[in-house]
Design a protein. Structure first.
Length: 65
């Protein structure tokens, strides 16, 4: 798990704009975000599926508020 993980790599893997990740994290939790992403990559967890589910949950929460 020594591979360098960057916002650019994450955005490329997830096929999203790098600024989306930065704005989601609001510049505060990028290190935690990268650690979690690194663990998911190491365990071969489909990160795209997870983030799709997070997006759905956030949309539902916003609709209910």
């Amino acid at each position: 798990m020594n591979a360098a993980i960057s916002i650019a790599k994450i955005s490329n893997d997830l096929k999203i704009n790098p600024s989306t990740i930065v704005s989601i994290e609001d510049g505060k939790h990028q290190t935690s975000f990268c650690i979690i992403y690194g663990i998911m990559t190491y365990l071969k967890i489909d990160s795209k599926l997870l983030f799709d589910q997070i997006e759905i949950a956030l949309k539902e929460r916003n609709e209910n508020n």
